[in-house]
Design a protein around this ligand. Sequence first.
Ligand SMILES: [Zn+2]
Length: 344
Amino acid sequence: MQALVLESTRHLNLREIEIAEPPGPHDVRIRIHTVGVCGSDVHYYQHGAIGPFVVRAPMVLGHEAAGVVEEAGPAVTTLRVGDRVCMEPGIPDPNSRATRLGLYNLDPAVRFWATPPVHGCLRPTVVHPAAFTFRLPENVSFGEGAMVEPLAVGMHAASKARIKPGDLAVVLGAGPIGMVTALAALAGGCSRVFITDVQAPKLALAATLGPITPVNVREADLGAMVRRATGGWGADVVFDAVGLPQSFAQALDALCPGGCIVLIGMPGTPVPFDIVAAQVKEARLETIFRYAHVYPRALALMGSRKIDVRPLITDRYAFADSVAAFDYASQMKPTSVKVQIELG
Ligand SMILES: [Zn+2]
């Protein structure tokens, strides 16, 4: 089949590739409609590796997908041919200890689309376990369905924060993950979100998404702004969707005593962290790695329109222009948030 193949660093091809995928009884075959371009896809394209994951053989990119079920195995009871669906890109070993504990995102054997050596979904069809395939509500488009994957990261972060109704949150970074984290925090009960960035157009867009206060950290002091808004107390939750040394300092400064910091952004190297600054506030630190058991709730929030990700889908490309889509995503304008590729 025709697929977008990363041959090696900076070398992408839309070409024929043979992928042997015999469907099992619990699998469905999905005709792919829309695939989002993720920062990780772009990173593999530009650098050929993320941490220990190195592209050593040609690999199909893409892991944020929605499509239509075109074949269902005999043991599949939850889905039918013709269902519009989106898919969780990580398939864990059902017998692993992590999976049995409910922590399937932490299964060391998880096979995740477009994480070497596993092929991704920028191709006409995929075979996928029905258990990791979810029907879209009628009012949710394929484009929104392909946004469930990044939204799931923000939802998992919001769950880890244990938000209480009325909490004030800070989100560091207004990239796609920062934006969906802000939406998840509001849906989870936060009264207001302060979101930071250095790109004015991203902040302007974020401010249209709900009770979200944009903070350009080039011009304004985040901690001072948050304290002014909270009678000097600070933010109940700080989500770091940046992962740079300066963002840890900002997080600790903006946090209230007893507050929670959720680390989402992944620093490229180990970074210094002011432990004493965290201790004097008894900060609770949470980390996340992808997500688990989030898709149904993300889809429910989209279906009820408590979360609307449509303003975040800023750029669309046809499958035939996939390489151009990746070149654009590698050097996006500050007005762009999410690039999607449409096959359907
Ligand atoms: Zn992604």
